[in-house]
Structures are given as structure tokens and as C-alpha cells.
Design a protein around this ligand. Structure first.
Ligand code: ADP
Ligand code: ADP
Length: 233
């Protein structure tokens, strides 16, 4: 579902590539972790999946990234929106509306869906994420874990086949983090969504993963022996 073939990204003005010769694959319906120390290129890899890199960041991408068979270099992020949902590190920067319900509806607005389909998808997503009681709440009045779930919900209503998340639990306490991870696991198991999630704390999330993609730092050896399949890239 996600395939990287010998992918290197060099940002404009940088001397060194941000990621170099990355090769991996995530099959449909798996939850994969993208692991590695800060600065190793996790956000860059996620951006290459959603098409933000290099379309919006500048720079050059060598090699090939395909998501559901679409080459992300030849499709603009907008042309990938029905395939890939992206949740960044800071949910607040995601939000464009006032209430939870409006936020979930917003992502579908450019898809040309009938109003009753949009309403049904909002209901279905509120239930899936355990947000039904919060539907009229201003997004600014939510806890960190609730915000993260709304951010996930807002990219789920278009029914993307792939979801990429950048350290979605990094600002959460353990209980809220577990709620978010349980939601992701439910998406994978119940709906067959493919999830790629960046995380620098492997131990917190590895039990939820089907696969681990490790981006080792310069000169480092690949980490081995994790409970999931570790692919050194
Ligand atoms: P991680 O997510 O693992 O912390 P990043 O992908 O954010 O790593 O960063 C990898 C490298 O690319 C870093 O050296 C970072 O400074 C650089 N970088 C990231 N984004 C940009 C950008 N938009 N422009 C220039 N350099 C960037
Ligand atoms: P519509 O496409 O008209 O919105 P439904 O809301 O009934 O139809 O959803 C169609 C199917 O999509 C249902 O079987 C439902 O389980 C499934 N579905 C629900 N949420 C998602 C999701 N986030 N991603 C993919 N499929 C989903």
C-alpha cells in the first residue's frame, strides 16, 4: 500500500540529504511504526507519503514513492487527499472550525458528497473515536487526547485508505496515549486502514505495531530484536 524505492530527499539549500536511499513497504491493513532518533528524517518520510514533500517544502526527491499505486511526486497533495490522511504533531494547528462536529465535516467539503452521506460519515466517525458526547464542544476546550482524536477524525471522514501520523502521542499522558493507539488499532483491524506512524519512543507503541521501519542515525547499526519485524532501511 505504501512503497519507498531507493528514496532520497534533499531540501533546498541543504548540503546533505535529509533521508538517503530509503527502501520499505507497508502492506495494506498494517500498522507500521517509523522509528528513529529526532532529526533522522521521520517527518520527511511521512511528508513524502502525503506529497507535502517536496511539493510544499521545496527540495528534490529521488527514487519513487507510491501510495495505493499513485506516485506521490506526480500527484499533488490535493490529488492524494482521498487516499492519504495526514495528522501532524500539533492537533491545534490542524483545526479550521469551531466545534468537534464541524471539524469532522470540514475535510469532506471538497469531495462533492451528498449532505446525507456527509452527515452519516460524521456520526460514524464520532462513534468510532468515542467523541459523540463532545460533538458540540469547541475544539479549544478539549484535552490533549481528545484533540488528537478529533484531528484523526477530521482526516478519516473522506475514508482514506492510508493514514500517516507524526508522533501522535508525544504530548499525551500514558492514558490518553493509550486511547489514541487503541483507536488506530481499531481502524486497522475493523476497516483495513493502513497506518504509518512516526514515533521516537519505541517502547510505548511497539505492542500495537505489525511492522517497524527503523531509520538509523548516521553510523548507527539497525536496532534488532524488537517484538515486531524490524526492517533496517
Ligand atoms: P525527524 O522527523 O526524524 O525529527 P525531519 O524529517 O524533521 O526528522 O528532519 C530531517 C532533517 O531534515 C533535519 O536535518 C531537518 O533539519 C531537515 N529538515 C526538515 N524539514 C525541512 C525543511 N522543510 N527544510 C529544510 N530542512 C528540513
Ligand atoms: P458512505 O460511503 O455513503 O459514507 P457509509 O458511511 O455507510 O457509506 O460507509 C461505507 C463503508 O465504509 C461502511 O462499511 C463503513 O464501515 C466503512 N467505513 C467507515 N469509516 C471508514 C473509514 N474511516 N475508512 C474506510 N471505510 C470506512
Amino acid at each position: 500500500m505504501i512503497r519507498f524505492e531507493n528514496v532520497s530527499v534533499t531540501y533546498d539549500g541543504a548540503d546533505e540529504p535529509a533521508v538517503r536511499a530509503v527502501d520499505f513497504e507497508v502492506p495494506e491493513g498494517e500498522l507500521a511504526l517509523l522509528v528513529g532518533p529526532s532529526g533522522v528524517g521521520k517527518s520527511t518520510v511521512l511528508g513524502a507519503v502525503s506529497g507535502l514533500v517536496p511539493h510544499f517544502t521545496g527540495g528534490t526527491l529521488h527514487g519513487r514513492v507510491t501510495v495505493a499505486g499513485r506516485d506521490t511526486r506526480t500527484h499533488k497533495p490535493r490529488e492524494l487527499a482521498d487516499v492519504v490522511g495526514t495528522v501532524g504533531q500539533d492537533p491545534l494547528s490542524h483545526f479550521v472550525t469551531d466545534t468537534v462536529e464541524d471539524e469532522l465535516a470540514y475535510g469532506m467539503e471538497s469531495l462533492g458528497l451528498a449532505p446525507d452521506v456527509m452527515r452519516r460519515r460524521v456520526e460514524e466517525t464520532l462513534d468510532l473515536l468515542g467523541l459523540a458526547d463532545l460533538r458540540d464542544r469547541p475544539v479549544s476546550a478539549l484535552s490533549g487526547g481528545q484533540r488528537q482524536r478529533v484531528a484523526i477524525g477530521s482526516v478519516l471522514t473522506p475514508h482514506p485508505r492510508v493514514l500517516v501520523l507524526d508522533e501522535p502521542t508525544s504530548a499525551l499522558d500514558p492514558a490518553a496515549a493509550e486511547e489514541v493507539l487503541a483507536v488506530l488499532q481499531r481502524l486497522v483491524h475493523d476497516l483495513g486502514t493502513t497506518v504509518l506512524m512516526a514515533e521516537h519512543r519505541l517502547e510505548r507503541v511497539v505492542q500495537y505495531a505489525d511492522r517497524v521501519v527503523l531509520l538509523p542515525g548516521p553510523g548507527e547499526r539497525p536496532l534488532l530484536g524488537a517484538p515486531a519485524e524490524v526492517m533496517a532501511v
